[in-house]
Write a new protein. Sequence first.
Length: 425
Amino acid sequence: MAVITTPAAVYANTYAPVAPPAESPAPDALRVTCDGKALLAALRVVCAVTPKRLPPKSKRPALKFCRLTLSGYSEAELFATDGVTSLRVRVDGADVATAGEVLLNPHELARFCRDSKSATVTIEAARGRLLVRGEHCRAEFDVTESPDALPLPDTGAEFGHVVVANDTLRDAIEATHRATDDETSRYALGGVWIGHHRDRDGSDSVSFVATDGRRLHWSRTNGAAASELWPRADSTILPVKAAKLLGKLLKLPGAGSRVSIARTAKYVKATAAGFELSTLALEGRFPSWEDVIPARTAPPVFTVEAGPFRAAVKQAALTCGDRPWVDFAFVAEFVENRAPYLACELTRETEGGESSARVYVAGADNWPSDSPRLAVRLNPGFVADALAPCAPGELVTFEVIDGDSAVIIRAASLTAVIMPLARDR
């Protein structure tokens, strides 16, 4: 029979810690009633850390569980780890009747909450059994592991941090994570590089950069605050899996308005009012990304609307198959005594078929007078990824020099550099 323990003290943390219970309850009892939607939202991010299955001979069978900690009257916390990434998240709207700790399977509990659609969910644990009740349903599970089997990781002492607003960090992650490459042998390309800048006026900003060697996404957040000991940027690379998870955590109702990103000897930690995420930092040298963004003097710049242009890219890429390329041609049709009609023609012609689209260009600057047409061949998936974080009506600019030079896409939250493809492909 499993052991269900009651914590005598709460583990020290930095993210609004759960207070210890005022009185010590019975060691074999636990009871809490949670808001169904809030519990399901917390379980979904926990499930992203907890593996559904472990190898048959795994030495850590407790990794498939998460730990529920209850204390006080309305304080509930879920903790999960996969051995690399660890997560502590607060459950909003909890009414604690009996404090304690228990290990439970988050995938089973999330499925119960999702399918029952109950406004409230009650969780009780006693004598090795876990009882979960909704408004019109119930389920009972065995508790097979002690909470002590899932200890908190020792991430070490922090030696530097930056503090970023929730919404700007969320936009930065959304803008950069698609450009990572987690399948390459160059491990540093499998994460998002985080670097701090202090301008001459004393203001702080944080850059988030990702690249796979063929494209680069850069997002810069202003209004940040950083400690003097924030490490050199080439040693702070957040794995893309953790970056995506952090993006989900930032959308939780109780996430908080500010997020602290800290660095220890081996870990990167993200802490907010409603969660604490820690993961092993990626090792390796990140490319010198600032040299990738070319400095240009008065390049041709075309302004397009993000939503229609992204739809046109997908339409033109219908016949790409396993060879993704589309020809992008910015054209101007001049009519006497009228402003020129500007458009971008997207075409893909192969032996197996043809697809094309035409989209209106809102404006153009520095159009070369000797040519009414500028064409470049690009990977359509890269262009669609650069436009993905943009609002449908957002205006985005394309810098196009010729068919052999990098294309720069600039939006409100990111700058993307995409290398062209050879015309003889």
